[in-house]
Design a protein around this ligand. Structure first.
Ligand code: GAP
Length: 492
């Protein structure tokens, strides 16, 4: 990260705290590493992102329905899915600092260093050696690479390393009131399995016909070895996932469809398209036959925000095997040699986006520091240029003065608008200061009630991005806000 982008990112993080978007969890006890709370504006923004996703995935697709599965699941779920045996990160400890690192991350950092130094050959060689070691789970080879490339602990500066060990990322807890009969269960590391185990419940009760999808938004938990970059990598986070069940053999067609559809969803928000790119996986997870990430250019580089995975019939077949229950679909379409007609385990295309990462993307993308100085008159503002549909507060209503009946009139306007919209009322400080506070949280409209309002029932409206003002009748406000924040603007 260059000094500028580094500083910009730091500013975004302090802005998020200062304006009630994101707080460190249990801050009064010095926080809990990689766990965060969303404040008064953050929770609104997060809910709006969820709504945008839910509407575009569920409401706009007649063949996709949503569920809300429990976080706790039968422990066999995670044996079947492969998480008990395979959901690991290779970790290594420095014996002097007692700090723990992800072995692959230490190597990634060294590869980046070689690249920055123009040592491309060395970077490529190390990348290839690391990929080979990870693919074969060769932990000794990973350690040898760390030693061979003279990687030192950033804290102690020494190269006194332990062996590399596998570290399972799932959190476990006791289930049941009595210690004796308590069973170890896991906090789900992905929401997807809640969908797979309900595949037949939803298919049968919803009379769903293939191809169809099941969507879900919910918490997931991973005991990440390293957590960094604010809410980018958390131990408790939220996912928005959709599993799309298809006929075997048609999965690549649907994989491409979802790849394009999901990128369109991102771009509809008006983000600079150059900030997005696809990154095809070369190392595929055990369950996938194709996988791609949608990456966004954060201040710290291009990083994954969403994954689209062709998961084959792996999950349903595994649940069929471990539960002894048939996880099959009777397809009575096609034939006269167009095939199906009969039972099969469907193939699955998954779209999986991290809600918190999407939140960070939205914040980083919207954050703008503007110099508004004119001649000797210094002025500046921080504005969040959020899409109006995502803005936490849709409009703020200000009485120009705290007297002459203006507060009463302003409150009357708030009471009307708040039936449909999240609106704020502010009477403290000069109007300019109130504008700045609303700019900082991304409120698209500020409405000022003055003496003229009492005479002709008009107000001034001030637009966040252009800072232009115009006079409009109070009776038009509801319609103007509704038009601006209509989901049609994103979904049509
Ligand atoms: N069901 C597939 C799955 O979970 P993943 O690539 O491990 O795939 C999907 O996760 C998305 O979840 C990622 O693209 C990322 O946005 C988000 N995610 C994963 N781990 C995260 C973490 N520790 N903190 C925040 N978001 C995370």
């Amino acid at each position: 990260m260059s000094k500028n982008t580094d500083e910009l990112f730091k500013n975004v993080i302090s802005h998020a705290k200062e304006y009630g978007f994101v707080f460190q969890s249990s801050e009064i006890y010095d926080g809990l590493s990689a766990v965060y709370d969303y404040g008064q504006n953050g929770s609104e923004l997060k809910n709006n992102i969820k709504t945008y996703w839910w509407k575009s995935m569920v409401q706009m697709h007649q063949n996709i329905v949503g569920i809300d599965a429990a976080i706790f699941m039968h422990p066999t779920t995670w044996k079947a899915s492969g998480h008990v045996d395979g959901f690991n990160d290779p970790m290594i400890d420095n014996k002097d600092s007692k700090k723990r690192y992800r072995a692959d991350q230490l190597l990634e950092d060294r590869i980046a260093k070689y690249q920055n130094q123009g040592k491309t050959d060395k970077a490529e060689q190390l990348q290839a050696a690391m990929d080979a070691a990870l693919k074969t789970d060769n932990l000794t080879a990973l350690r040898d690479l760390i030693i061979g490339h003279e990687i030192a602990c950033p804290i102690s500066g020494t190269r006194n390393w332990t062996d590399v060990r596998q570290f399972n990322l799932m959190f476990s807890t006791q289930f049941g009131a009595m210690a004796d009969d308590a069973e170890v269960i896991y906090l789900r590391p992905e929401t997807a399995q809640g969908i797979f185990v309900n595949f037949l419940n939803v298919q049968k009760t919803g009379r769903m016909k293939i191809p169809f999808g099941i969507a879900q938004i919910g918490k997931a938990f991973r005991n990440e070895v390293i957590a960094r970059q604010f809410i980018m990598r958390m131990r408790e986070f939220e996912q928005m996932e959709m599993q799309f069940f298809v006929r075997p053999g048609t999965e690549m067609e649907w994989y491409n469809y979802w790849k394009q559809t999901r990128l369109k969803w991102h771009k509809a928000l008006g983000t600079n398209p150059e900030k997005y790119r696809f990154h095809d996986h070369t190392k595929l997870a055990h369950y996938a036959n194709a996988a791609v990430d949608i990456e966004f250019e954060f201040p710290f580089g291009f990083k994954e925000v969403e994954g689209i995975h062709s998961r084959t019939d792996f999950d349903l077949s595994q649940h069929q095997k471990y539960s002894g229950k048939k996880m099959q679909y009777f397809d009575n379409d096609l034939n006269e040699e167009g095939k199906p007609y009969g039972n099969y385990v469907p193939y699955v295309i998954e779209t999986s986006i991290g809600l918190d990462r999407m939140f960070l993307l939205t914040l980083v993308n919207a954050y703008e520091e503007q110099d508004l100085s004119e001649g000797d008159k210094k002025d500046s503002r921080v504005v969040l240029k959020l899409h109006p549909c995502l803005a936490p507060v849709k409009a703020a209503v200000f009485p120009l003065l705290k007297k002459d009946g203006l507060p009463e009139k302003a409150r009357e306007i708030v009471s009307r608008l708040q039936l449909d919209h999240n609106v704020a009322y502010e009477e403290k400080d000069a109007i300019g200061k109130r504008y700045r506070r609303q700019d900082a949280i991304g409120t698209p409209f500020c409405i000022t009630v003055d003496h003229q309002t009492l005479e002709d029932n008009t107000v001034t409206i001030r637009y966040r991005d252009s800072m232009q003002q115009e006079r409009v009748p109070v009776d038009n406000l509801d319609r103007m806000i509704s038009d601006l924040v209509s989901w049609k603007n994103l979904l049509a």
